[in-house]
Structures are given as C-alpha cells and as structure tokens.
Design a protein around this ligand. Sequence first.
Ligand code: 3PY
Ligand code: ZN
Length: 637
Amino acid sequence: GFLDNILSHPTFRRGEVTVNFIKEHPELFEIKKTRNRATKMVKFLGDVIINGNEDVKDPVKKKQFIKPVVPSFDDTGSYPKGTKDLLTEYGPEKFSRWLLHEGKVHFTDTTMRDAHQSLLATRMRTYDMQKVAEGFARNHPEIFSMEIWGGATFDVCMRFLKENPWERLRILRQAMPNILMQMLLRGSNGVGYTAYPDNLIEKFVEQAWENGIDVFRIFDSLNWMESIAPCIEHVRKRTNGLAEGTICYTGDIMNPKETKYNLEYYIQLAKDIENAGAHIIGIKDMAGILKPDAAFELVSALKSRINIPLHLHTHDTSSIQAATYLKAVEAGVDVIDVAIGGLSGLTSQPNFNSIVEMLRFHDRGRAFNSDKLNEYSQYWEAVRRYYYPFESGLKAGSGEVYKHEIPGGQYSNLKPQAESLGLADRFHEITQMYSKVNELFGDIIKVTPSSKVVGDMAQYLVSNNLSIEDVMEKGEELSFPQSVKSFFRGDLGQPHGGFPEKIQKIVLKEEKPYTERPNAHLEPIDFEKEFAEFKATFEDGLGREVEITDFLSYKLYPKVFTDAYNHHLEFGSVMNVPTKNFFYGMEPGEEIIVELDKGKTLLIEFLSVGETNDDGMARIFFKVNGQTRAVEVKDKS
Ligand code: 3PY
Ligand code: ZN
C-alpha cells in the first residue's frame, strides 16, 4: 500500500530521502486515495455479486443483453451552433420572439427524463446518458432542447441509483454545451411532493441554472397561479434562462358537457401565465388525453390570443398522439416533445424518429439526420434491456386513459404498486376507482403530486373493499391516507372551483383547512446558519468540498440524501460502474473497466468467491489493474 509507494519511489530508491520527502511528494497520498477508492469499488461489486442489487427484485438467470453501440460523431473542432448559443446571444426575451417567428416546428427530446420516468420507473443511469450526450449534441444541433432533469429523476437518482443529481446535470451540460437543457419543476413543490419554503425554491432555481438548466418548465399540480407565478419570478430574477409557465391539460374541450376545464378556462390560464412573465407557454398533457381535434382548437385559440411561443407535451398512452401532434403543428404550435424511438410510445412520448418522418415534406417539418436518429434508437433499445426489471409490462395502447386520466408516469407505476399490495388481479378496479375518486374530489387536475393523492385514495378503497358510497356514509370512522388529508387541508394549494365541502369535512374531521399558499406557513431557510451546520456534519464523507447543491438535495430529501451519503461512505461513487454490473454484478472471469476520475481507470476482473466465514462474511477475489485483491462482504442470504 502506502509503504510500497514510498519504498518503490525513485527518490527513495536513490537513497535521497529527507524528512520532507512525504510533504514534497503529495502524489503518494493520491495513490493511497486511489487505492482506497478502488477497494470501495470492488466492495460494491462484491456486494452485488453476493447479495444482488436490492433494487432488482427477481433477476432473470442468464438474461441475454446486447452491447449498446454508441453512434459515431465528429469530435474534432467546436460544437455546431445550437439553441443554447442563440439564448446566450439573444437573452430570454429576444430568444422567445425568435422562437415565435421561426416558422418550422421545433423538437424537445425527452429521452433522458420523461421517457425513462414513464417507461422504466425513472431508473436510467447517468452512465448510459453520458455515453451519447456529446455525440447527440454534435450530430443533432437542430434540436430545440434536451429534457434531462427534474420531475422524479432528482429523487430516484439519489434513492435508487446512488448518484448525485447535480453531478448528472454538470456532466450533461459539459457534453452538450450548444443545446438548451430543460427541466421539469413542480412549482412550489420543486422536485418533491410537498410545498417548500419560497427561498429554498428560489435557491434551487438559481443553482439549477448555474449548473446547466436553461429551460424551466414550471407547472402546478392544480394549475394554481399562486404556485406557478412565484417560480416564473425566480427564473426571471435569478437566471438568464427561459421560464416556461405551464398549463396542465385535463378533460376534453370538445365535449359540449365540459363546463369546468373548457377552452375559456385554458385561455384565461395561459393569459395569466403570460402576464406573470413567462417566456414560453407549456401545454402539459400528462395523461395523453388531448385529442387531435382538441389540440387544433386549443393551439389555434392560444396562438391568436397569446404573444409567446407554445410548447406541447403529451404521452402516447392511447397510441394516437401522433395525430395530435400533426393537428397541433398545423395549428401553429412552436415546439413538440418527443422521445427517441427505442424509448418512445405507450406511456412515454411519441416517437421522435417517426414524427420527423411524418413531417418530412410538410411546410413546417424540420430536417434531421434520420439515419443518425435511428442509430440512437438502436442504442437506447439495447440499453433498455439492462433495465428490464423496471419495465411496466404494458404491451399496448389503451383507450381507457380517456376514462381514468392517469398520467403516463403514474400509470406505469401503478401496476407494480398494485402487485406489491397483492392487488395485481384488481388493477382495472383500481383504475376505475381512480376515476370515481377524481369525481368525488370535484374533478381535479391530476399530475404529481395531486395524481398521487387520487391514486393513494383509489388503492386504499380497493384494498379495503370500500366504495364511494361507503366513504360518504361512514367516512367519519375511516382514517384516510396521509396524502389525502394533506390535500384537503390545502397543502397542495387550491383546486379550480374549490374543494367539495362535504368530502373535505369527512376527510378532515375536526381539522381546519386553509386557503393561503402552503409556503406561507413555512419558515424561510437561514442559508448561512443551516449550510454551516450541514457542512460540519457531512464534510468528511464526500471526498470533496461540500457544496450548496448538496445542501439543497438534503433540504429537499433529508433521508434519501443521508442514505445516499452513507452508501457513498461505504462504496464511494458508483456512478461509473457499467449498468449491467451495477444491477446484476459480474460473472467469474468477466473483466470491466471503471473510471474513477477523468483519466484514472481501473481494470477489474472478478475471479472467484471464497468461503463465507462464521460471521457471515464472504471473501471475494478480484484482479484490479493486474493485482489480486480480496474483499469481505456480508452475505445477507
Ligand atoms: C413529474 O412531475 O415528474 C411529471 O412528470 C408529471 O407529469
Ligand atoms: Zn410528461
């Protein structure tokens, strides 16, 4: 170890060692640090070999994978100019005007955020994104933006992948300096499920911009302006990025019986968002129920009344959303959201590759190198195999989505959730109950976190064999899920048209609801004081300076952050472990290369597993950069 380094050092061997030898040769400590990290790395691999990755429930023995091929690209010279360069040159206001008058339709690629959130339970690792980020940005500089951050990815990144979401952001920024990077922000709920103090959200926005986000898609789960407007303000005040104030779409504006979420409702909301200072209006069709004709009406109406660009988002759960895009393009929508073929369709976004082809000779079509797009599709198709434990199992589009209106990401999660509650064979009862609960709650906007409230209630009723009538008749005796109580108290804000009073009373019992912004009840963060305390607690374990972004992760998810930190203490950074080995360990004789730092790589071969001793510790043998290394790992079987 350390001693070997000294003994083998040329200065030492020449017999020229003085008392200052170690001080003058800090590289000796570097070597020691590298060795420590190598040990932690093989300990991690050893643990997955012996105990499996705890996030993978029933791994398939001898599962076949295909090696993902990274599409080639020209990495010489500077990046071709893209939208990020234009934003830097123009600033947000002028950029917004440019976008409004540009003519051809633009594309946002959601592959690295919503697509895997909606298909693979948000599990996509930075490792697989990093491999294609630079090439994609160089091959496809025509793209409007890459949605790569926010929504559920922040939480899942730490909770299950043991990564630092800010590091992901910085890596992608560096790899894609020419293209706008976009995030999804849940208004006052940030990237969480509940309201946070305003100054925490403000700091979060500032840091998201500093670390690489350009486009902030801001929505509120009840379309409540009082949650959307402050966030737009944060973006305007703290960044030179684009505030995309967003309408969440529900119901059907073409339905003559629709009196609540009708065209006038959306026009008014869009006007409010424009007046709040947004640079772009987002239309977020989270469940994928914006039908083609409705899209034409909505986009046409907004185009004639709003003076900023429109950006449309949908999910292809019904499998007809390509038609919606065609109609929206014809009505003048400025940007549409798509996912690369291999990660598109069903609860994800419509297929990028095919939508480009659909519009190839259309007036508003945009030319992309489609052969390259297809290579990326093949890449993601191969990568996707590694994530098979997180596939939702959905095989076909569903017309039921118009009845239950469940958002794409939630729909694909609900199935495994139902299974884990032992309700697999009652899945359709749950989706039907979801719709009844929505009626009971007064027909609300359903998107994270309000969608979780409706989902929790539906599961609660089905698993306890309760009906809506039961709730109305003997609700006083029932104890409802926390999220439901919290919703009726006012913690998610105020729904359009207010809460239905009877059910609100049944849920809250003696408790009094409130109607102010939930943030109004929250103490602002004392950054100076709390960050200092945070630093003192966590400064030893990260192997680097503690940053304000770590503190933000902690404030948003204290327990999740602390668990990830402890994982890091034990195993070091596992971000660069190849995905196959991260989830499934290694085969005897398998050799992998893992990058510890830029330029510092380990060649790791898994040799064999020795005996488990009386304390339940298994010995596992590796070869690391040519030297045999044994680690002990607790055998949890
Ligand atoms: C999120 O909030 O994570 C969503 O994707 C909502 O659609
Ligand atoms: Zn979405």
